[in-house]
Write a protein that binds this ligand. Structure first.
Ligand code: IMP
Ligand code: MG
Length: 334
């Protein structure tokens, strides 16, 4: 899989960070490119430590992986520099000169605007920062002295890497149902979150991508306002072991059972070649720590078969715990 896109299939928080960190270690990724913005936190467990990354690509867990922030991403300078220290990646991270900068004023606008508040935004200022980019008045990375040591031409680097058969992963953020075009508008984020948009933000043409992995959690969650089909109460979620709080904002996540129609839509709109099914052990506790498909109980295997039949797409990865290696990798068996 020389060039792979990772896209969320529901409302974000599907566990993309875990799949990215697994692929980084297992496939020894050469490049990992973060798209999107600081509103999305990708949770990664590495060597017993938990990271909630808003800017640094999840591929940092593989020490030889070059880390890049895409030209279509928005950069929060202080958060970017803080995470570089936390993950110790100063010598192998770059940010595209054309990436937009999120400033304090954007966050203030996000938090004080009644319409945006009603949508339950994260308050990081991403919507207002994107508005400014569209007006063509936004600052970009090359205007910021602190970013000078990191400036890169990301599209050229990645396309050269693909030419040389290096492994490249394009890391999407949030999920299809939060897409500005395909999601539950107006209860969506400020950008398209589909695989095509991830490629566009990174500067990789669609013909250069080999695999699109759509990440679906075994149950669904949503933070902020907007519809969530099949939603259950917080008490019920706690009883089922599905209750979560948001990695980025600490808000309660609402939850609902897995929805096959939405899964099918996510596969279609992302052109997915593979599905990653995460948090499978939360719905099927007997699967915790599982390493092979055959050892899973019958009802768990039946569920996976149903997902594959319904979406006509292989479930290549099954998450069985929080650490990167708590995972069933079925790619070799397919
Ligand atoms: P914004 O992206 O901050 O403008 O927020 C718009 C909507 O997207 C709100 O419902 C947020 O809760 C949601 N959202 C934004 N980023 C994430 C994320 O990383 N995970 C889950 N929901 C998100
Ligand atoms: Mg998240």
């Amino acid at each position: 899989m020389p060039c792979t896109v990772i896209a969320g299939g529901f409302w974000g928080d599907e566990g993309k960070g875990k799949i990215i960190s697994y692929l980084a270690l297992k496939d020894k990724l050469d490049f990992c490119v973060r798209t999107g913005s600081v509103n999305a936190a990708h949770t990664i467990w590495h060597d017993g430590k938990r990271y909630a990354l808003h800017m640094v690509p999840g591929g940092f867990v593989h020490e030889k992986c070059r880390l890049l922030v895409a030209p279509g991403a928005n950069v929060h300078v202080a958060q970017f520099l803080k995470e570089i220290d936390e993950t110790d990646v100063k010598r192998r991270i770059g940010v595209d000169s054309q990436a937009s900068i999120i400033e304090e004023k954007h966050s203030t606008q996000d938090k004080t605007n009644a319409h945006l508040k009603g949508l339950g935004t994260t308050g990081w200022g991403v919507g207002p920062a994107i508005e400014e980019r569209v007006r063509r008045t936004a600052k970009i990375a090359k205007d910021v002295p602190e970013l000078r040591p990191y400036l890169a031409d990301v599209a050229t680097e990645i396309n050269d890497a693909i030419d040389k058969d290096k492994t490249v992963l394009l890391e999407g953020t949030q999920g299809l149902q939060l897409s500005l075009f395909h999601g539950t508008y107006p209860y969506v984020t400020g950008r398209d979150t589909s695989a095509s948009a991830i490629c566009s933000e990174a500067g990789v043409g669609p013909t250069r991508v080999n695999d699109v992995v759509v990440v679906l959690k075994a149950f669904m969650t949503r933070v902020g306002t907007g519809p969530l089909p099949g939603e259950i109460s917080k008490e019920e979620a706690q009883k089922r072991g599905w209750f979560e709080t948001a990695a980025g904002t600490d808000r309660d996540r609402r939850s609902a059972p897995f929805d096959f129609e939405l899964a099918k839509k996510a596969v279609m709109l992302n052109g997915a070649t593979q599905i990653a099914l995460t948090k499978f052990d939360c719905v099927h506790p007997k699967c915790k720590g599982g390493k092979t498909f055959d050892e899973l109980p019958k009802d768990a295997r039946q569920f996976i078969d149903r997902v594959e039949k319904y979406t006509k797409t292989p479930v290549a990865f099954i998450g069985t715990g929080p650490e990167a290696l708590d995972l069933i990798d079925r790619r070799k068996q397919q």
